[in-house]
Ligand binder design. Structure first.
Ligand code: ADP
Ligand code: ZN
Length: 748
């Protein structure tokens, strides 16, 4: 109406909030923020009565139907997310059928989602017990704690935690006696420290400069460098073949040419040696992204990578999102490890995300393993991935011979009673101890015993919330559920028939530790499993003790099978190889093969050689036989036919998506699963021309978890595309309460 120029039209931005909603929000961009609120930028926006952080995913989108509210602020000078990471977020969202908000929440560290100041390292000072005297043998221990079982329990708990532990953790989580802690201090066996916060456990870690490459390693490095960047590479090298040095040499040339790199490791607290070697080569150019970082420290590490101040990121699966500038290469070490799969939405697999990210950013992808997954071997066979082999150990050391000990017939040590401890393994351990060598014992079941049963009526105590037997624990005594952490006292009489004694069955690591301690009273024993941690760093400290030769026998669950390189380990015993062999899961054999072959690979890394003993009731099973022969090829040849027609098809023969319905009401859950299956069948026929096979619904093998009944539906297809379409179509329905897991690692 007035004569002035018309105001410029309002501009709108698409903003994604870290919420499980399938659609983005639209906000108006105020004039003053037009510069900063571009794609990838963090913005503060109003949401109902709150102010929240969102990420701009597009600008100049059409005006919404209802009036849009305005962006309040844009705190960063540079966009938080690069265009490539934004594209990666969309890829994850589309591939896994997850809301974009959840994908972006996985990519950007938690502190950057907080309005205002990111969380600082302000954890309160904490009282920590530190053991000051070692009691390495059982004899000394008996003398020190005569008639003081509570004090002994505290001592042994702290010891198994790596020699120090927060008092609050001991008293509150482990229910140990506070008086026992004080008594231990009075006795001069421990002191109390005040630790204000988690120290960087890798701070003092250094490694000598790496040795020269062997001819084999040089050959592989040259072959990789000569491979087109867009061709993913698998280094299939036997255990101890020196894969780490190959990665580092390739990365060195990447960094030398001004690019950055990411190195993924399965569990960083269990791989200090790898981290030390990376630091040894790249010094303070490395950002180690570990779980001990506070939110603020993680945000700092993230920013320093984003700005290019550091150029090599090392970490577990979430490090695949490290905002490394000019990404030149990604290495996925131990690519077969299931810890690369995220257990909550978006249920991504870091190896597959790595493949997508490498493609998006033109970076080289290197996968490495001694026991590659069948999926990766399949990609190698079809030519998607190029394989290079390192068939020899460093120094031409032989792979250790593996002796299979048949638990059904091999003579057992009389004192062992029900514990599967054969004469063969006993003599091997004794021999190693006499020669002052080290022993690793694997038992992939934690706790003292796997169940408690009434000998009169046969009743087994189950978790009230899960369809799983409760595990018996000692120090402190309790029954525990390994799925939901439910805890109950150990009953002395049967709840059903009142019988006066209860019998334990199934060996766990605590009982093995107890038995081995009695059997070899002079041996210094360390146990490593999920129960021996107050923080993950306890594991790291245990491994340091093993490396310094302060431990004679290291025993534990699968976490002792990963990547460890201790030259003085000459005997490895797999106490019971069958713990996972008969699980109702299509990967049971593959897991068993990988676990046994990997732990076997810890033996004989030094000049004294080594030998492996695998105790099993299934000596002829192909997983056991192939592991004993250190042969992935044998395993794959025997296993693949079980996963392809005429057997029910499973990956890698087909792609798989699992839909899980869970709820507190059994009948309603079943009906919900039936509706999912019906929807999937219709979608498969109407839109996808029958490219999908829909199986189920069926109860999950674990029928109830955390109080919720569980049913699942499996969807299979030979080609990936229809699976992608079906998970996106499902996402678009916006229905909640159903877990969608593409490429599941387990079907339990
Ligand atoms: P892998 O990961 O293949 O099992 P590692 O990378 O742990 O093997 O290497 C096995 C051992 O060999 C380590 O102790 C490592 O330091 C040593 N090593 C690797 N490469 C060389 C080399 N070129 N010369 C001497 N020692 C080497
Ligand atoms: Zn439970």
């Amino acid at each position: 109406m007035s004569g002035g120029a018309a105001p410029p039209p309002a501009r709108y931005a698409e903003v994604v909030l870290p919420l499980p909603v399938s659609r983005p929000y639209t906000y108006q961009i105020p004039d003053g923020l037009a510069e900063r609120a571009g794609p990838g930028a963090r913005v503060v926006v109003p949401l109902q009565r709150r102010r929240v952080i969102g990420l701009v995913t597009a600008v100049d989108v059409p005006a919404p139907m209802v009036a849009a509210r305005a962006i309040l602020a844009a705190p960063d000078a540079e966009p938080a997310l690069s265009p490539a990471l934004l594209r990666l977020g969309r890829w994850i969202s589309d591939y896994y059928g997850a809301p974009l908000g959840l994908s972006l929440r996985a990519i950007v560290p938690g502190a950057l989602w907080q309005v205002g100041r990111p969380a600082g390292p302000a954890e309160a000072a904490e009282r920590v017990v530190v053991l000051t005297r070692a009691l390495p043998s059982l004899l000394e221990r008996d003398q020190a704690f005569r008639r003081a079982p509570k004090r002994r329990a505290v001592y042994e708990a702290v010891e198994s935690l790596g020699g120090s532990a927060p008092v609050a953790h001991l008293v509150e989580q482990l229910k140990l006696s506070a008086a026992g802690v004080e008594a231990l201090v009075k006795q001069g066996l421990a002191r109390i420290d005040r630790a204000s916060r988690v120290r960087d456990p890798f701070a003092g870690l250094s490694s000598p400069p790496p040795p020269d490459l062997t001819a084999d390693q040089r050959g592989v490095v040259a072959a990789i460098t000569g491979t087109p960047v867009d061709k993913p590479v698998l280094i299939h090298g036997v255990t101890g073949s020196g894969k780490t040095l190959v990665y580092l040499d390739v990365l060195r040339s990447v960094v030398a040419s001004g690019n950055g790199a990411i190195l993924l490791v399965p569990e960083i607290a269990l791989t200090p040696q790898t981290v030390a070697r990376v630091r040894g080569v790249f010094g303070n150019q490395v950002a180690v992204l570990h779980s001990g970082l506070s939110d603020g420290e993680r945000a700092d590490a993230w920013r320093s990578l984003r700005r290019g101040e550091r150029c090599v990121a090392v970490g577990p699966r979430s490090a695949i999102f490290a905002p490394v500038a000019r990404l030149g290469a990604i290495v996925v070490d131990e690519e077969h490890e299931t810890s690369y799969k995220q257990g909550t939405a978006p249920r991504y697999h870091a190896r597959d995300v790595a493949m997508a990210r490498a493609r998006l950013e033109g970076a080289r992808l290197i996968l490495g393993s001694a026991t590659p997954s069948l999926e990766t071997l399949h990609l190698a066979v079809t030519g998607t991935v190029r394989t290079f082999e390192l068939p020899q150990r460093i120094g031409a050391r032989p792979l250790p011979p593996v002796e299979i000990v048949d638990l059904r017939s091999a003579p057992r040590v009389p004192e062992a009673r029900k514990i599967p401890w054969t004469e063969t393994l006993d003599q091997a351990v004794r021999g190693a101890l006499e020669r002052r060598e080290q022993v690793i014992l694997l038992l992939n079941r934690r706790g003292f015993a796997t169940y408690l049963q009434c000998p009169a009526c046969g009743d087994v105590l189950e978790c009230p919330r899960c369809a799983i037997a409760l595990t018996v624990h000692r120090t402190p005594d309790a029954l525990r559920c390994h799925y939901c952490s439910h805890e109950a006292p150990v009953p002395t009489t049967c709840r059903k028939c009142g019988h006066a004694t209860q019998r334990m069955g199934g060996l766990g690591t605590q009982q093995l530790e107890h038995f081995v301690g009695l059997r070899f009273p002079a041996a210094r024993i360390a146990r490593m499993d999920l129960d021996t941690t107050s923080t993950k760093w306890a594991h790291y400290r245990i491994l340091e003790r093993v490396a310094r030769g302060e431990v004679d026998i290291l025993l534990g669950t699968q976490m002792i099978a990963k990547g460890l390189d201790f030259p003085n380990v000459t005997v490895v015993g797999v106490v019971d190889a069958d713990t996972a062999l008969h699980l109702p899961d299509f990967r049971a054999a593959e897991r068993t093969f990988q676990l046994v072959a990997q732990v076997a690979g810890r033996a004989g890394r030094g000049v004294r050689g080594g030998r492996v003993y695998v105790q099993t009731r299934a000596p002829d099973h192909h997983a056991i036989r192939a592991a004993a022969a250190h042969s992935v090829r044998d395993f794959a040849a025997a296993e693949l036919p079980f996963r392809a027609p005429p057997s029910p098809a499973y990956p890698p023969a087909v792609g798989l998506v699992r839909f899980v319905a869970a709820g507190e009401d059994a009948e309603r859950t079943r009906r919900a699963a039936e509706r999912v299956a019906a929807w999937l069948r219709r979608a498969g026929e109407e839109r996808l021309g029958g490219a999908l096979t829909v199986l189920g619904p069926a109860p999950c093998p674990i029928t109830r978890l955390k109080g919720r009944w569980r049913w699942h539906v499996l969807v299979k297809a030979v080609e990936p595309r229809p699976l992608g379409r079906v998970v996106r179509a499902w996402r678009a329905t916006g229905r909640s309460g159903v877990v969608v897991d593409r490429d599941p690692v387990a079907l339990l």
